[in-house]
Ligand binder design. Structure first.
Ligand SMILES: Nc1ncnc2c1ncn2[C@@H]1O[C@H](COP(=O)(O)OP(=O)(O)OP(=O)(O)O)[C@@H](O)[C@H]1O
Length: 278
């Protein structure tokens, strides 16, 4: 495929992020004052991604979007609009058609699925830990590739996920949901992912656990430039953590906005959703 790029262009008012699909010249113009100078790299490109259910319903309707490298991108929209379905295509939890999803310019259907899932980690609403200790859980992914993490490496991952060293030998089964979610995050980070997909990762958590997870996500972005794509029902959460917000309505991305510009959404369904949610 021809390359696609995300270019920063100057407008009279502000710097804008222009997400350009070279193939069809379709572009979304978004204000991103804080995006920095120069050209941003694209991590994920989604081109005309469609999913039809077995009963013939259109779940995704030709999605086109570029996810900039190193950013936190929020996906919001009404229930049933296709947010989880879109997210799950990105690490092939369902198989997207070839030539629709590209990671660093490579068609993800050409990649080994285990390699893809190591690069593109995912957290769900409810964490599921394996039997054994927290350390066993964290060591699981690297062990599959024949690498045994040292105790020190496990402790570093615990710290990264905001868990103190007392968790090392705790049984995964005895943890609160908030603690288990942070262990699941540490387990995902043990694979050194380049992208983190988060599907409502805090919807089952109390406000303090929610804040812990949000802090970790923002710290990861700053420290390691991790690209994060996060589905959330909380507009306030998206406004706290995201650099860009995609509004998904009825299987289509209808707007891409800066979190502080959500009130400028123009699509009637998106506007109604935002009004009812705030
Ligand atoms: N495997 C499937 N077979 C048939 N329909 C499906 C399947 N997966 C999802 N759907 C339907 O696709 C639509 C989008 O579902 P999805 O879970 O992606 O929406 P969502 O925006 O994440 O919803 P929510 O916010 O409620 O989690 C829904 O109507 C759902 O019922």
């Amino acid at each position: 495929m021809s390359s696609s790029s995300i270019q920063l262009v100057d407008t009279s008012r502000t710097t804008a992020l222009c997400v350009v699909a070279e193939e069809d010249r379709e572009h979304l113009l978004v204000d991103v004052e804080a995006a920095g100078d120069g050209e941003l790299e694209t991590k994920f490109q989604v081109r005309n991604l469609t999913k039809v259910s077995q009963t013939g319903d259109l779940i995704l309707r030709g999605i086109n979007v570029d996810i900039p490298k190193g950013m936190i991108v929020g996906i919001i929209g009404p229930s049933g609009s296709g947010k989880s379905t879109l997210l799950r295509a990105l690490n092939r939890l369902w198989e997207p058609p070839s030539h629709t999803v590209f990671l660093d310019g490579r068609d993800i259907t050409d990649l080994d699925v285990l390699v893809l899932r190591r690069k593109v980690g995912m957290l769900f609403q409810l964490p599921v830990l394996f039997e054994g200790t927290v350390a066993d859980n964290i060591r699981y992914g690297p062990q599959l590739r024949g690498k045994k993490l040292s105790d020190n490496e496990v402790h570093k991952l615990l710290t990264l996920a905001d868990l103190d060293s007392s968790f090392f030998n705790k049984a995964g089964s005895g943890l609160s949901v908030g603690q288990a979610q942070r262990v699941a995050l540490a387990r995902t980070l043990a694979n050194e992912p380049e992208v983190l997909l988060l599907d409502e990762p805090t919807s089952a958590l109390d406000p303090i656990s929610t804040q812990n997870i949000e802090d970790v996500i923002m710290k990861l972005k700053k420290k390691s430039g991790l690209t994060t794509i996060m589905v959330s029902h909380s507009i306030k959460q998206i406004q706290r953590v995201a650099d860009l917000v995609c509004l998904l309505v009825n299987g289509e991305i209808v707007e891409v906005l800066k979190p502080n510009k959500l009130s400028e959404a123009k699509h009637p369904m998106a506007l109604r959703f935002l009004e009812l949610s705030s």
